[in-house]
Design a protein around this ligand. Structure first.
Ligand SMILES: *[C@@H]1O[C@H](CO)[C@@H](O)[C@H](O)[C@H]1NC(C)=O
Ligand SMILES: *[C@@H]1O[C@H](CO)[C@@H](O)[C@H](O)[C@H]1NC(C)=O
Ligand SMILES: *[C@@H]1O[C@H](CO)[C@@H](O)[C@H](O)[C@H]1NC(C)=O
Ligand SMILES: *[C@@H]1O[C@H](CO)[C@@H](O)[C@H](O)[C@H]1NC(C)=O
Ligand SMILES: *[C@@H]1O[C@H](CO)[C@@H](O)[C@H](O)[C@H]1NC(C)=O
Ligand SMILES: [Ca+2]
Ligand SMILES: [Ca+2]
Ligand SMILES: [Ca+2]
Length: 943
């Protein structure tokens, strides 16, 4: 055992973070186990891809961090979305303890092996189906949920006690035996107390390799534990006080089987890696990385929502021009968008949402748009926007083009809910429409301008402002310029330094801090006749009317929209706005350092921990945020404040570092009015300039509410089967009849109450029923927003839920290969000779069919084609140099069952010991030491 290595890892950990204290209990360890496995798997995939693409790969230093892994994957701009993906997976994992605390199947308690495995395998099918439809957000959520029981198996069952050193591969398969499960009537444990609990599992159970797990209940006296069965153990488990006393869990070092905690955690990491490997096999390497938020290029999404009604032909032409210019200038550069989304809307139709990673597919979709129909003068703009917000990626930016008022104004609060929850910025490109009338009598052609009315435009302005975006109002002829200014400046590493709006307008002073990492400092202003004075950190000033000053290096103005490029000067700037017209002001720059955050809610009851909110936080009472600093492993937060959007009131939180760049921030009070989140921090840079002070702000404006909504349901919808989502609503304000709205992004048939009477402090229940049509493809994503609105709209809250549609899977076996021929004429000098094989791959008569065949190992050339006589058979031909004597095919069917076929020229194929496995082994050791510093459970020892 290379013990120096273990010592090194331990030291690194001690100097680093101390785990994720905000999520006490077993959450802590699920978090570490999950993060370690994700970092490991991602490194493996990036290494394999680099190898396949013939590029260099350098392992990041250990212990791995998301930053370092994104860098090693040659995707430094993805570090923020990678962090976000990891956090999202972990939150869903941790949530299982809060949502399903007493459901034994989710924790492999009470010998619920079959039920626990069903949760994993059905969830795994959903993950694979979602990935296939590129619904990565849904895939991540489900992935997090199923990793929880998978990891618990190793702590709660006797798998490790049976001497197993490797994961149980049958937990991620549905057609095999899980093992020899103890009969319900078979005794498995004897009573024990303290140290003698090491040997409380009956000898015959161990000798015959019988699987069992502990019973668990927090209710005293009433116990469902059958005679002779093991208990979970620990202070709050009441079953462990009943014969046979004691327990077998390995959640912490203090647990009854705490001496096996490290071993259990080690196997849980390996099991997590194995499941991730299966997901990777089904998805393919690039889509797997996309699920993890790692993409080539800039990792930004280019999302257009476009009105395609009759008067829009000029606008569509402008979008075409801008798109082709973005594609021509950015494809192949590291500023290339990694995802393209297009949502057309018309009246009465809207959609479909087109999502692609291929710029040509996107360009073709835009080229095929034409301006027709639309009937009356209002169009379904918010329906289109709702679809884009539901199907797009979080933390991104949307551009909506229209010249008409929204016909679907009733979606206003739904759209705001989705903006807040996905933290997406929406920019509106509003043009006046020109109606050409031919006046027959005079023969003149008259042009009539129809400007969108002030109140109609106000809805778009309000939505833009809520999201921190711009509502740009220009003529059709100005649109191309305005669009290119705003889209071409968008980049994944643009950070917001300041965002503010005043409506009605009033004179006000704003300040922002520019740090050394910021470049391309840009100010965006919307509003009419705006005047201001800009003051630099050195006290220099320049007025808006002054074209010769040195602070503004370039400026452009079109319609109500103005941008200024500022001289790069580090320090605190000031912007004195003089206007009394409404305006928005936004200051952005490029910098790797940014932040992510989620609102948290402390769990009530026996299980302690924090859950991420899918709703608005509670107004006027205390609340918490999880803030993650991205783009630097050495940055730390010094201040987090909630700033009132309309004024200057602010509430500062208490910042508690949690390690891995995460911070728990606790606020005494969440404002009752709209607010933004602002962070300040320090980055210790390696350059001589010792430390950088930075400030960032969320562009999105958030609101809190006196209404709470909770909902809990399965997250998988089966087409053709009605699906119920029970929810409850409560208000701490005055009782009244609340309006209830339930909208889903797929226009599935749905029923829900339209109003509920709420008594103050008492919760009221309701149910939404959704039905997906029978022909809905597996992996379809649906977002359901349930809203509750107080009379007159004085207060609103909502919950945003995501479901996956998954058809019942009956194909559980992977495709198989049959070798047709293998020819070799290898000579002494392997580089001068070649070998070749051909094989047929099929998925059997009952199977869903071969979806993908790829080369997993081997340096040769592979070709595949469908058999002429049978389209269910794929023929593979392969040829390689004799220096590359091994080859492995990965074969995947349409529901994601993954198989592999290995062929070799060697007579005694070696157990693959290569450099890579050695590296993996050392990592493994390191991780097993890492978990020593952590706990699977609190001392309370909740399952
Ligand atoms: C919540 O209730 C308090 C007191 O009743 C009130 O002052 C506040 O404005 C309400 N907040 C919201 C968001 O409605
Ligand atoms: C709430 O609505 C119900 C049924 O529509 C009505 O009978 C009741 O009077 C309403 N209550 C209030 C406080 O408005
Ligand atoms: C809440 O509901 C319970 C049971 O329905 C009832 O006894 C109680 O009076 C209600 N509380 C209020 C404040 O209306
Ligand atoms: C509301 O639903 C919850 C959870 O499903 C249930 O425990 C509670 O009894 C229900 N309340 C009423 C008043 O029906
Ligand atoms: C890392 O991932 C590889 C491949 O995905 C796997 O074989 C290995 O066991 C993993 N290592 C650990 C420590 O889980
Ligand atoms: Ca129109
Ligand atoms: Ca219309
Ligand atoms: Ca199959």
């Amino acid at each position: 055992m290379p013990s120096e290595l273990s010592v090194l890892c331990l030291l690194l950990l001690h100097t680093g973070a101390h785990g994720f204290g905000i999520l006490p209990g077993k959450a802590l360890d699920h978090l570490e186990i999950t993060e370690n496995a994700i970092l490991n798997s991602t490194v493996q995939v990036c290494r394999a891809l680099a190898h396949a693409e013939g590029t260099d790969f350098t392992f990041p230093p250990q212990p791995f961090t998301a930053e370092a892994v994104a860098f090693a994957c040659n995707a430094p701009k993805s570090s923020k979305s990678f962090r976000q993906a990891i956090i999202s997976i972990i939150f869903q994992n941790v949530r299982v303890d809060l949502r399903h605390a007493f459901n034994a199947s989710f924790h492999f308690d009470e010998e619920m092996f079959v039920q626990g495995r069903r949760i994993i395998t059905e969830g795994l099918q959903a993950v694979k189906a979602s990935n296939k439809q590129e619904n990565f957000e849904a895939a991540r959520e489900k992935l997090g949920e199923i990793l929880h029981p998978l990891q618990d198996f190793y702590s709660h069952s006797n798998w490790v006690e049976l001497g197993n050193k490797l994961p149980n591969p049958n937990l991620i398969r549905s057609d095999t035996s899980i093992g020899n499960i103890a009969d319900v009537s078979r005794a498995t444990c004897r009573s024990c107390d303290g140290d003698d609990c090491r040997n409380n599992i009956l000898e015959d159970i161990i000798e015959q390799r019988v699987l069992t797990s502990g019973y668990f209940s927090v209710v005293p006296l009433v116990s469902t534990k059958p005679r002779g069965k093991c208990s979970h153990g620990g202070a709050i488990d009441q079953t462990s006080k009943i014969e046979p006393t004691g327990g077998i869990n390995k959640d912490t070092f203090d647990s009854n089987h705490g001496h096996l905690h490290t071993e259990a955690a080690r196997v849980a990491i390996a099991a997590t890696s194995e499941l991730l490997e299966d997901v990777r096999g089904a998805a393919g390497d690039r889509p797997f990385l996309q699920m993890m938020g790692i993409t080539k290029g800039s990792s930004k999404t280019l999302c257009f929502v476009i009105d395609t009604t009759k008067s829009m032909s000029d606008d569509i032409e402008a979008v075409r021009t801008v798109t082709s210019s973005i594609i021509n200038s950015e494809v192949g550069t590291d500023n290339e968008p990694s995802l393209y989304i297009l949502v057309p809307f018309n009246d009465p139709e809207f959609g479909p949402l087109i999502k692609t990673t291929d710029s040509r597919v996107f360009m073709n979709a835009i080229n095929s748009l034409s301006a027709t129909g639309g009937e009356d003068e209002e169009e379904l703009s918010l329906s289109g926007l709702q679809l884009a917000l539901s199907g797009g990626s979080s933390n991104s930016e949307i551009f909506l083009f229209t010249d008409a008022p929204a016909k679907d104004r009733h979606l206003r609060s739904t759209v705001i809910a989705l903006i807040e929850r996905t933290q997406t910025v929406v920019n509106f490109m509003i043009t006046d429409s020109t109606v050409t009338n031919r006046r027959r009598r005079s023969g003149n052609i008259q042009q009539q301008h129809r400007e969108i009315s002030a109140s109609d435009a106000q809805l778009y302005r309000d939505l833009a402002q809520a999201s921190g975006g711009q509502a740009i109002e220009v003529t059709k002829s100005e649109l191309p310029v305005a669009t290119s200014i705003i889209t071409e400046s968008s980049s994944a590493d643009m950070v917001t330094l300041l965002q503010a709006a005043r409506s009605p307008g009033k004179a006000d002073n704003f300040s922002f801090i520019v740090d050394e990492t910021v470049t391309k400092l840009t100010v965006y202003i919307t509003g009419r006749s705006i005047s201001f004075t800009l003051i630099s950190p050195t006290g220099e000033s320049q007025q808006s009317s002054d074209a010769t000053g040195s602070l503004i290096t370039a400026s452009q103005s079109v319609g109500n929209f103005k941008t200024l490029q500022l001289k790069n000067q580090v320090g605190q700037w000031e912007m004195r706005m003089m206007s009394t017209n409404p305006y928005t002001l936004k200051v952005m720059g490029q910098s790797p350092i940014d932040f992510l955050f989620d609102f948290l809610e402390a769990a009530q009851g026996l299980i302690t921990g924090f859950d991420v909110l899918d709703t608005r936080p509670k107004a006027g009472v205390n609340g918490s945020l999880l803030v993650s600093v991205t783009g630097s492993d050495s940055a730390t937060l010094t201040e987090v404040a909630l700033i009132e959007s309309a004024g200057s009131g602010e509430i500062k939180g208490v910042v508690l570092p949690q390690g891995s760049g995460n911070f728990l921030v606790q606020f005494e009070r969440i404002p009752s009015v709209a607010f933004v989140v602002r962070v300040k921090g320090q980055n210790v840079s390696s350059t001589p300039r010792a430390s950088v002070v930075f400030q960032r702000q969320s562009p999105i404006n958030f609101r809190a509410s006196n209404v709470t909504i909770t909902a809990d349901s399965n997250s998988i919808l089966v087409p053709g089967t009605p699906f119920s989502v029970p929810f409850s609503v409560m208000t701490s304000g005055t009782g009244a009849n609340f309006t209830i709205r339930a909208t889903n992004s797929q226009r599935f048939d749905s029923t829900s109450p339209t109003s509920l009477f709420l008594e103050s402090g008492n919760s009221t229940n309701g149910t939404v029923t959704l039905s997906a049509p029978l022909n809905t493809p597996s992996g379809t994503d649906v977002t359901l927003t349930i809203e509750a609105e107080a009379p007159g709209g004085a207060d609103t809250n909502y919950i945003v839920l995501r479901f996956s549609v998954v058809n019942t899977v009956t194909d559980f076996t992977h495709p198989v290969c049959e070798l047709l021929s293998l020819r070799s004429n290898c000579s002494e000098n392997c580089s001068l000779s070649t070998w070749a094989l051909s094989a047929r791959v099929s998925d059997g008569a009952e199977g869903t069919g071969v979806d993908r065949v790829s080369l997993k190992q081997g340096n040769g050339t592979m070709n595949t084609n469908l058999a002429a006589d049978n389209e269910n058979v794929t023929l593979v031909s392969y040829s390689a140099s004799c220096c590359s004597p091994d080859m492995e095919l990965q074969v995947v069917d349409r529901v994601g069952n993954v198989g592999s076929c290995f062929y070799t020229l060697r007579e005694n194929p070696p157990a693959a010991i290569s450099l890579s496995t050695k590296v993996t082994q050392s990592l493994f050791l390191c991780l097993s030491v890492m978990v020593l510093g952590l706990h699977m459970l609190t001392e309370g020892g909740v399952q």
